[in-house]
Design a protein around this ligand. Structure first.
Ligand code: C2E
Ligand code: MG
Ligand code: MG
Ligand code: MG
Length: 281
């Protein structure tokens, strides 16, 4: 009897596993054609400077307009793109497109681009960024590269070299999702970061969970001491905004300020942001 139960369980798991593998292979094949078919697009989420309450930049966030599945989230396909190496081509497209589109904005705010570890390991990564800047005419000072701590784990010496080269080109470097990795403090010291982005999970816990307020205040102070700007991610409520203002956090990003929007909405958003500020306290 127990044997039957066991076999039943096994076949359930193996079916499930099989289904996942098939899905993954399909996703991989679809990703390959997505570039050729131009199914990727960038959406842009605004960042607001806390003191002036002005938009100081946008983060480029990748979207995949799948013919059958609709808009697919990067959380779903970036890991597969990284495993298969497709992220190199996709990432190059993101960098080129973000620079081009940002160069045409009516207000010269910064554009932040997420870069994965696989891309940083490419021998000609810095050159390819330089090419994107030259081709688009975007000044290097308007480009920011966002990386997560996991990027720093594999081959830290080489990564530090690459990041220093970018910094020397005039590009700024932000540490994304700060606080969720393993080596935050050591990394801040060893790499040329100009900005810390406090992970959304801490912002979400403000006023809700013991310690969150203190941690956020401490990270803001840490940033000031190290001469880095500090951005809070995932700000959704006015309460969070006023806490972060009070804590002197430099920049805010989140649904309260604006959701990621297609490029067609940027001009209008920038125009509105000059006059009426819906988020002004
Ligand atoms: P991330 O770089 O930390 O980007 C912030 C994510 O938080 C975005 O999710 C954004 O839509 C979401 N977000 C922003 N404000 C709020 C908020 O107030 N509330 C909530 N609940 N969420 C908010 P998205 O666009 O799904 O991207 C997920 C992740 O995928 C990004 O996290 C980034 O790690 C990765 N990603 C996106 N685009 C690219 C890309 O072009 N290249 C690479 N390598 N990774 C990318
Ligand atoms: Mg990011
Ligand atoms: Mg982030
Ligand atoms: Mg994140």
């Amino acid at each position: 009897k127990s044997k039957d139960d066991g076999r039943g369980t096994w076949s359930f798991f193996s079916d499930e596993l099989n289904r996942k593998l098939v899905q993954r292979r399909e996703l991989e094949q679809d990703l390959r054609s997505a570039l050729a078919e131009a199914e990727f697009e960038l959406h842009y989420q605004p960042l607001m400077e806390t003191t002036s309450q002005k938009v100081c930049g946008f983060e480029a966030l990748l979207r995949w307009r799948h013919p059958a599945r609709g808009l697919v989230s990067p959380a779903e396909f970036i890991p597969v793109a990284e495993d298969t190496g497709l992220i190199r081509e996709i990432g190059a497209w993101v960098m080129r497109t973000a620079c081009q589109e940002a160069a045409g904005w009516s207000v010269p705010v910064r554009i932040a681009v997420n870069v994965s570890a696989v891309q940083l390991r490419e021998p000609d990564f810095c050159q390819s960024v330089q090419d994107c800047l030259r081709a688009s005419g975007l000044p290097a000072g308007r480009l920011e590269v966002e990386i997560t701590e996991s990027v720093l784990m594999s081959n830290p010496e080489r990564t530090a070299d690459v990041l220093r080269t970018l910094r020397d080109m005039g590009v700024s470097i932000a540490m994304d999702d700060f606080g969720t990795g393993h080596s935050s403090l050591a990394s801040l010291h060893a790499f040329p970061f100009g900005k810390i982005k406090i992970d959304r999970s801490f912002v979400n816990d403000l006023g809700e969970r013991r310690g969150a307020d203190q941690i956020v205040r401490a990270v803001v102070m840490l940033g000031k001491t190290l001469n880095m700007r500090v951005t809070a991610e995932g700000v959704e409520t006015r309460r969070q905004l006023s806490f972060l203002k009070d804590a002197a956090c430099d920049e805010i990003q989140g649904f309260l300020i604006g959701r990621p929007m297609p490029r067609s909405q940027i001009a209008e958003f920038l125009a509105k942001a000059q006059s009426a500020l819906p988020w002004a306290a």
